[in-house]
Design a binder for this molecule. Structure first.
Ligand SMILES: [Zn+2]
Length: 78
């Protein structure tokens, strides 16, 4: 199963998805990360926002790096 791609139509209302650059916010605990010019698809009917797996991965990665505890108590699992 591949859920990664963007559906041709909004999965909520069936509206047309329009590629746009959006401002995307991710809240992690008490911190809010704001990403400008995120390539996404916006539904023309319900304003639902869809972000591709690739972009989401990148955002997740940045947020993780920013929130990762840094210090001597690093865990190392292999
Ligand atoms: Zn929609």
């Amino acid at each position: 199963m591949t859920d990664e791609g963007i559906p041709q139509r909004c999965a909520v209302c069936g509206g047309t998805l329009i590629p746009q650059l959006i401002t995307h916010q991710v809240q992690k605990g008490e911190e809010i990360f704001v990403f400008d010019n995120v390539p996404a698809f916006v539904c023309s009917q319900c304003d639902g926002v869809w972000i591709t797996g690739d972009v989401k991965d990148k955002i997740d990665e940045i947020v993780r790096q920013e929130t990762e505890p840094k210090g001597p108590e690093q865990q190392h699992e292999s």
